[in-house]
Ligand binder design. Sequence first.
Ligand SMILES: *Cc1c(COP(=O)(O)O)cnc(C)c1O
Length: 396
Amino acid sequence: MEFDRAGADALMDIVARPEVVFVRGEGSWLEDHAGKRYLDFIQGWAVNSLGHCPPQLRRALETQAGTLINPSPAFYNQPAIELAKRITGASCFDRVFFANSGAEANEGAIKLARKWGQLNRNGAYKIITLDHSFHGRTLATMSASGKAGWDTLFAPQVPGFPKATLNDLDSVRALIDADTVAIMLEPVQGEGGVIPATTEFMQGLRALADEHNLLLIVDEVQTGFGRTGTLFAYQHSGVEPDIMTLGKGIGGGVPLAALCAREAVSCFAHGDQGGTYNGNPLMTAVGVAVFDTLMADGFLQGVQERAKQLSEGLLALCEKWGFKGERGAGLLRALVLDRDDGPAIVKAALESSPEGLLLNAPRPNLLRFMPALNVTQDEVALMLTRLDEVIARVRS
Ligand SMILES: *Cc1c(COP(=O)(O)O)cnc(C)c1O
């Protein structure tokens, strides 16, 4: 198949895309219009938790598509009930609202916190968020995000999101005033460069929230659903948040997200929150299939083993090439380069032949790895070998 330039130009030009059209995928592999194969360590930005087109997902979609697609969010449906039951049974949360994207789930978390503030805290509405955080691309979630330049892009912002510094408890404490209702963070900053919040920081935030009667909100859109080796990343620190959002991996590639809250915080009145597609059985049936796969015996253990293999392999590359180190949690990892040639490495990896390798550089000196959670030992080993070859080519 030829690349259709004119056709591609009918799409709004929102990002610099390579001249490649992906036509099919299976597991950790993608194939483009010319038949070239790519080992995929992006997986739709940590979205395809079980790889491309996994049989569990296809089965769930096929069965559900022939049963019931969308009766309306104003009626109960069985897959939504099943998935909510599974999530509340495996977490500290009691109620779930399903959404279609991470940004929409976070938007819901912001609304829920503000509503709770109206009911319980005299109208307190400010939510302390962190520099370099990423919470989505709606106006409110862009305002909540600490991405450089986003304070003026599409100005004016939605007010009420003062920014503190990750892993600096004093910077959070200094921002608390009578109008503060919540603290919101990613347990591992993903887009910000794969920087984990320390256990100390998470525990400190919980204590601070308790002391000042604030809600603790974790954005687990990227870290949730097994990505860090536990079902949810907050479980590493032993703290129990009041609100959690999920996205990306929960749908294994289809649009599904969730807003989870403890009973005492689930204060939406009828009509406060909703959405045409929210909790539709076609997507929630997929969520059930993903959840059951993750919770099967040995699956999360496998994630931890592959994470260890990936981490050790990246450290060996650091040793060999003089890189600055690697970091992350589970299968959300980053390699810290010694110079700003991350984008050049990403480009060379994509263009490698006969097979390409898909990587991401969230910052110029950083490579990020987000393979399928069921990536095999051989695929991790192959990625490390290919990456080493690409680095040798770029740096020769
Ligand atoms: C991707 C991401 C979002 C936004 O999710 P969308 O589905 O793209 O709206 C929000 N928060 C975090 C931490 C993310 O990684």
